[in-house]
Design a binder for this molecule. Sequence first.
Ligand code: UD1
Ligand code: CA
Length: 470
Amino acid sequence: MSLSCVILAAGLGTRMKSDLPKVLHKVCGIPMLQAVVNAARKLRPDRIVLVVGKQRELIRDAIECEGGVYALQKEAKGTGHALRCAKPALGDFRDLTVVLSGDTPLLGAETLRRFLSLHRKNTNEVSVLSFRAKNPGAYGRIVRDRTGRLLSIVEQRDADPVQLRIDEVNSGVYALGRNALELVDGIPMNKAKGEFYLTDLVGAASERGLKAAAYCIGEEEEFMGVNTREELYRASQALRKRIIDKWIGRGVNVLDAGSVFIHPDVSIGRETTIYPNVHLEGNTRIGRNSLIYPNVRIRNSVIGGGVVIKDSTVIEDSRVGDRVSVGPFARIRPGSEIGENAKIGNFVELKNTTVGKASKASHLSYLGDAVIGKNVNIGAGTITCNYDGVRKHATEIGDGVFIGSDTQLVAPVRVGAGAYVGAGATITEDVPPCSLALSRVKQLNIEGWTLKRKLKVRSMKFKTKGGKRR
Ligand code: UD1
Ligand code: CA
């Protein structure tokens, strides 16, 4: 039996007051639609169809859905019309179709699995996933007869006062058999709104005697539909809390859950401590026993164990080995790799640079497009001049090199293993291994110069009748 998922994502999202398609607004760093796609994929369906509208290019660029098929809904004429637009893209995978909304980002695959197994076990043609809402607000109301049999779903604006008081509401998740799917073509237009409501399919199915049921499972938070900025904020906070609770449960020490932001795909080892105002983003992995001090942002990076990331440091698309110390106020830009036991100190910037084991750059440096060996000491104020105005060039520094303070390395250039570079050098030519490179004018001391200068100044003042220039 085939399984398909249709994700409705073509709505205009006018209530968001935004130029961005609603489903691309992010919850904990992930577009809402991506979160739904991820949940759908866990069901391993034969096909995923994403129904998108005018802004389809933007959505295609932002969403990763391998093997997913896009269906166009030219005009947003309602959820029923959206499903109708998806039908051709389903091909022959129509035995069981799960319909999801792109604006319910907290929905988990576990709940979907439970829902589908209820649908299958009861051999329904239509199943609706419902939940009890503290404030039913704009959700569709689940209308049942006296025996509890599902009759229909009534939208808020069409509900009578009795129906408005129903607190069991529609999550927007449906499971449809072949026959039920066919009914979508017959949904009439809702006159009040000028739209085709997918919810009307439920009434149509039960009228035709197709087996229909609503399953009130799970917690309200998980089914939260995001239509406004306020709801987006609430959904983000709910997911944020869920993620932090998970890591605390797994042995991570979070000092202030209220100010820490951890994206869903991040992982953190036990015994690691996260100070306030820390942002861990994208595909970041942090090992055990590390310390992440305040105001740190780490994105798509792998951080080892026993690492110390000191205050106000930014790390992006990089790797940091075990027992490394970075910061405070360091910037590790994409493509950097810091070897075990190395130290990157304050006001040091790395870009696309490899630093070998136990090497140190403790203060005020820019190291770009460089490969630095093991046990190297980079003096304060060292700069790789990697850009000639047109192209970027590489700097190579061998194992055990000592670079004196305030050195400029004009790339492309190599400093051989074991070499020393004297402070204040401008290195434009390769330095052979185990040699000393000096590049500064020999110091000249003029003795008594200050005293002589004072005499000269005094005589000048005398000539201009003193003090006038004051
Ligand atoms: C819908 C349901 C409501 C349910 C709620 C759950 C209908 C008529 N109402 O209301 O019963 O309680 O979801 O969150 O279905 N979309 C399209 N094309 C369109 C219109 C919408 O693809 O023409 C997509 C939207 O992008 C969105 C989803 O369908 O992802 C739901 O649409 P939305 O307008 O948010 O419906 P609600 O008013 O929330
Ligand atoms: Ca909605």
